[in-house]
Unconditional design. Structure first.
Length: 261
């Protein structure tokens, strides 16, 4: 039977991914994690996709791991979780490392692995009904989905520990105040706004976006001098690229750059 737990459609160079287990709150099980990895690889490799959007079907973005499916594994739950998180983590790695902008359209609850997945996005647009909760420590577990990597970089260590320890829920407006969310949109306008933004980014210098993302991620582990050395290398490479040449020419000629040609 065809796995439809995650859907992908492509519209005007934008890959739109929908987590599609609405009856389960888009909970992440083995099948979804594996399908998400396959779609992540496809999106990162496809020449037709220049920006990627991820959202959830129904009222939730994703409530995190499917605990019922995990519990059915009995004594094999540990081994099963290594497999599930292996697929899930490969998906997130491909999304985070690809040159294409990765945009979250958080339409409802983002809990546990769902919150981690949202935090792995380059930009997060949230509906005014969105909610964020780490949830792991409540059930005696620890973060997955790179939540322990992205969240402290977004909001700092103290606030991350507060969320992890207390499992308190952040509404969309507080999440924006803390720096998790870029923009809050009425729920009925969320995808319209996100797709408009993604469409504009899809027309932009995709490889420049990717290089910028790499620079920013590396900045947390480099010295001042080594980071500036990387900046020199990257800007030189970009200036010699087709994107760089087109961008500079367009600026000097006072016209819009065409990065799709």
């Amino acid at each position: 039977m065809e796995d439809k737990s995650v859907n992908l459609v492509i519209e005007e160079h934008v890959g739109i991914i929908t987590l599609n287990r609405p009856e389960k709150g888009n909970a992440i099980d083995y099948q979804m994690a594996k399908k998400l990895m396959e779609i992540a690889i496809f999106c990162s490799e496809s020449e037709d996709i220049r920006a990627v959007v991820i959202t959830g079907a129904g009222t939730a973005f994703s409530v995190g791991g499917d605990l019922k499916s995990f519990a059915r594994q009995g004594e094999e739950i540990g081994s099963h979780l290594k497999i599930v998180t292996g697929y899930f983590h490969q998906a997130i790695s491909h999304f985070a490392r690809m040159n294409k902008p990765f945009i979250g359209a958080v339409n409802g609850a983002a809990a546990g692995g769902g919150m981690s997945l949202a935090c792995a996005c380059d930009l997060i647009y949230a509906s005014d009904e969105a909610q964020f909760i780490t949830a792991y420590n409540r059930i005696g577990l620890t973060p997955d989905g790179a939540g322990s990597y992205f969240l402290p970089r977004m909001i700092g260590m103290k606030r991350t520990l507060e969320l992890m320890y207390t499992n308190r829920q952040l509404g969309a407006f507080e999440a924006k105040k803390w720096g998790i969310v870029n923009q809050i949109v009425p729920k009925d306008k969320l995808m319209e706004v996100v797709l408009e933004s993604a469409g504009k980014l899809a027309k932009g210098p995709m490889n420049s976006f990717g290089a910028t993302k790499k620079l920013l991620y590396h900045s947390f582990q480099e010295t001042l001098e080594s980071q500036m050395s990387m900046e020199s290398q990257f800007i030189s490479e970009r200036a010699n690229s087709m994107e760089g040449k087109e961008g500079i020419s367009a600026f000097l000629e006072k016209r819009e750059a065409d990065y799709l040609k």
